[in-house]
Structure formats: C-alpha cells, structure tokens
Design a protein around this ligand. Structure first.
Ligand code: NAP
Length: 299
C-alpha cells in the first residue's frame, strides 16, 4: 500500500458504531492506493507495477502490504496522482452516484448540500460543475470563513453560505439567478438538515448519506404535505455490493472519474499527508472540527 486516508467511517469502525464491523483482530482503513508487487498464476487483469485501489469494503488499508483477491482490486491509470487515487473509491464515487442516481439533473439545475467542505462535498462541487449543475454549499461558520469560501469557489462552488444563512431572508437573493434545488445532499442531520430542506423544490429529493451532527433528521410536516419531498438514503458500500457482478457500471463510473481527473476537473481533496509512524496524531487530527483537511497516511 502507498497511501490511505482516515475517513470518519474508519473512526466509527474503531468506535464499534459502524453498521458493518470486521472480525477482530482487524486492520483499519477502507480506502487507499497500492502497487501490485506479485500476482498469482491465474490472475489475468493485473500485473506487477499496476496501481490499484480497493473495490471491496473492510479489507483494511492502513498497512504496508497485503494479499488481496483480484476481484477486490480496481486498476488506476498511472497518471492519477497517488493522493488522488488514495481518496477516490469512497468520496468521489459517493458524490458521483448521488448526483446521478436520484434526480435527472440537467445543466442549469441546482443542488444544495451541507458539510460542503467535506471530502464528499468537494467532489460534489467539482463533478456538478463539470456537468453544468449549480451548487449551493452550506458550511459551518468559523473564524477563517472567507478563506474556506474562496477555496470552495475556486473548486467551482456557485454559492457558499453558512448554516445560519439558511434561515435568513437573504436566501431569496440566491434564487434570483439559481433555480431552487431539485436535489439536497445531507451529511449532517439535525437543524442543518431541516433548514436545508426548506429550500428544496416541490417533489425534490433529499439524500442522507452522513450524520456528522449525530442528530436525527426532522422534517417539517408542510414539506411532506405541500411540497411532497422525497427522502432517501445512500450507502456506497451497499451500492458496491449490489453491483459486484456489474463490472460495466463500476468501470463506467471509474472511467468518468479518471476523465475528470485528467481534465483537471476533479482534484485531490484538501489533505495533510502523514507518515505512518505519526498515526496517533493523524487519528486525533482527523476528529478535530473545522480542520478542512483529510489526514492521509503515507505507507
Ligand atoms: N453513505 C456513504 O456511502 C458515505 C460515503 C462517504 C462518506 N460518507 C459519510 O459522509 C460524511 C463525510 O465524510 P468525508 O470523508 O467527506 O468527511 P471529511 O472530509 O472528514 O469532512 C467531515 C465534514 O463533516 C463536517 N462536520 C463535522 N462535525 C460536524 C457537525 N457536528 N455538524 C456539522 N458538520 C460537521 C466537517 O465540517 P467542519 O469543517 O465544519 O468541521 C466536514 O465538512 C461522514 O459521515 C462519512 O461517514 C458516507
């Protein structure tokens, strides 16, 4: 293995709160890039020197070496930068699927999302931008907000607002040049979600994929009765299980992401590479709020 990030779900696995837990003893980490050193006699799709990412969950990626079945690995073109490949199979894939599978979005449509500075959020901004879809991006207020806004705008964000702003009448200004969103992507829960939902188009869809605030989703009754909103959930692990035999869907998604990377439309998320021996500090930093930087273990 060459590099592997620390994602919130990895922490939940260690805490024992994630829905799927590996049998112990286990290696942590669920995403990363490696280089093939040797292959078995019957392996046909991979050869030594190939870069690969893991396509199956719970195999453990915070390691220097491993033996994996051929079907668990996806080849990555050698021109994809290492840190970009290391962070590709979870967050950009999740962003790609959520933008593709719930609403038929056309150029000019809009999407609203909270935790817009997360790994998934940054991928949503860039993939949407590449398809001509506008994004309204909600983040938590912080001391260095202008810097964060600048960074997300540079990625392609059309609007970046704070959670407090969602409740303000000035929200109307956004909708002068941007249509109301057909799709809302919820990574947070609690108040953030309730307020975000108010701006969804009638019959629009909200997809919940994360629960960073550790609070339930509360939906105003009027959103159901008068707006007929649809509430859905998404879990990339389940999508991978459901499409384990569907190599075409997997490869067309990966090819689309590789194209975006090559065209400079999908970049590595803001990150801090950390040598493996400093894993304790990396784990601690990954749990700190307002850091906006993914810890990536260099293996
Ligand atoms: N369902 C799926 O298939 C799937 C796939 C990928 C990821 N996820 C989930 O998506 C979430 C984000 O993952 P990631 O790797 O993109 O995360 P990440 O890059 O580590 O970013 C975490 C994000 O959560 C925000 N956050 C943390 N605590 C919060 C709170 N109490 N209230 C509001 N926002 C808070 C952070 O904002 P600040 O900067 O304000 O701290 C940041 O935007 C995680 O819950 C992860 O498990 C789900």
């Amino acid at each position: 293995m060459l590099a592997s990030p620390i994602n919130p779900a990895d922490i939940n696995v260690i805490q024992g709160t994630y829905p799927t837990l590996p049998p112990l003893p286990a290696v942590g980490g669920n995403e990363g890039v490696g280089e093939v050193l040797e292959v078995g006699r019957r392996v046909t799709a991979l050869k030594p020197g190939d870069r690969v990412i893991l396509a199956v969950n719970n195999l453990g990626t915070w390691r220097t070496q491993g033996v994996f079945p051929e079907e668990a690995l996806l080849p990555v073109p050698s021109d994809v930068p290492v840190l970009c490949a290391a962070t590709l199979s979870v967050n950009p894939c999740t962003a790609f699927r959520m933008l593709a599978d719930f609403e038929r979005l056309a150029p000019g449509d809009s999407v609203i999302q909270n935790a817009a500075n997360s790994g998934v959020g940054q991928a949503v901004i860039q993939i949407a931008k590449a398809s001509g879809i506008k994004t309204i991006n909600v983040v938590r207020d912080r001391a260095d907000l202008p810097k964060l806004v600048e960074r997300l705008v540079a990625l392609g964000a059309d609007h970046v607002i704070t959670e407090e702003m969602l409740r303000k009448p000035e929200m109307k200004d956004i909708f002068k040049d941007t249509p109301k969103p057909r799709l809302a992507l919820n990574c947070v829960g609690g108040k953030s979600t309730t307020e975000m939902l108010r701006h969804l188009q009638p019959k629009g869809t909200m997809v919940t994929y994360g629960g960073m605030a550790k609070q339930p989703v509360t939906v105003p009754v009027r959103a159901f009765i008068f707006q007929d909103v649809r509430l859905r959930g998404f879990w990339m692990s389940q999508w991978r299980k459901d499409h384990a035999q569907d190599r075409d869907s997997v490869s067309s998604m990966m090819d689309a992401l590789f194209q975006l990377i090559r065209r400079g439309q999908l970049s590595t998320p803001a990150c801090t590479p950390v040598p493996l021996q400093d894993y304790r500090a990396a784990l601690e930093n990954s749990m700190k709020p307002f850091t906006s930087s993914k810890q990536i273990l260099l293996l």
